[in-house]
Design a protein around this ligand. Sequence first.
Ligand code: DI6
Ligand code: FE
Length: 410
Amino acid sequence: MNTACGLLLHARLATLADGDCDLLDDGALAWRDGRIVWVGASRDLPRAFDDLRDSATDARGALVTPGLIDCHTHLVFAGSRADEFERRLRGESYAAIATSGGGILATVRATRAAGEDALLAAALPRARALLADGVTTLEIKSGYGLDLATELAMLRVARRLGETLGIGVRTTLLALHALPPEYAHDRDGWVDFACNSLLPAATGAGLADAVDAFCEGIAFTPTEVRRLFVAARRHGIAVKLHADQLTDCGGAALAAEFGALSADHIEYSDAAGIAAMAAAGSVAVLLPGAFYTLGETRRPPLATLRAQGVPIAVATDLNPGTSPLASLRLAMNLACTLFRLTPDEALRGTTVNAARALGLGDRGRLASGLRADLVLWDVESVAELVYWIAGPRARRVIAGGRELGSNAAP
Ligand code: DI6
Ligand code: FE
């Protein structure tokens, strides 16, 4: 059945309604026209939903969560960087590979050479892997084009992915990712281009929901990022930032100053930066896949984030260089194992807080009026969901009230 209406009975519901992970045992959930219309105990289901009983699904006590939200990915790109994986295993650093012309620029060369259809074809299996594992909303960044045509092409492909798969896609213009070869000796020229050409073109075409930058010693300085954020403010578009991943650049404070939706990575952010994020309401997006891949040792300042009440999200950072990871559930596991999040924090981080990191108020919880995005898992508890390292666990994935898979054919 694929009518965007449905009823689930006898589920263990992790509604996240109050932002916590308390389970509602023997819960029921009804949806119509892609929206949740009722959540409560199975025995209390009102007669008004009797028409849905014929097609109801008995969850048999399975855990049901909101559809997961991967709020930080770079999943549109061409090629792979398996060669760099081998170079790093032989001892070369990510930074050394990047400054020798590899790294992001290697993916830029492959992405520019691929046509839009080839980019879509390459991205689809990665997106499908995320979906099969419970993701119903996904953010996708540009940043491997570094010229006007290819940046816009990446964003168009991201939008097409959402339409093809029947899931929510939010697009982010990653305007300052690396210095393209054409501007190798003209940093200011590239920042000018990003502010005055890329940004207006992407926003004018309605292709970008937010703007991002890589603020790092090997990428862009806080002064350069500030110019982009001032331009973003002029265009009325939200900002996000790759902040303090490898060094403390003051990225967290800079993101907060501009009211960023999120500051991402933040392993090296200091206490003042975290306090500024708390005051600004910016979400801390933790990306354990990159931490793991690069063999980093400095963990994000979890105690400070908790003490300051900064909302914490977890994402895959799916990208060919530092996080070739196409499972948000594995990212949750890594966040617990490597950063010491609790399983409840990991689930909040991929639902309610991830929605906030994307500025989305209509999903991330199971409550009346919100999108009917939900997952039935073959596990009994949140801890069990996060503890399995691999292997299929999603029994059914429903996005906008429709079973994924039934409408996911290209
Ligand atoms: N996101 C990025 O943009 C960079 N690191 C990260 O977490 C690098 C991506 C790449 O090497 O391709
Ligand atoms: Fe990233």
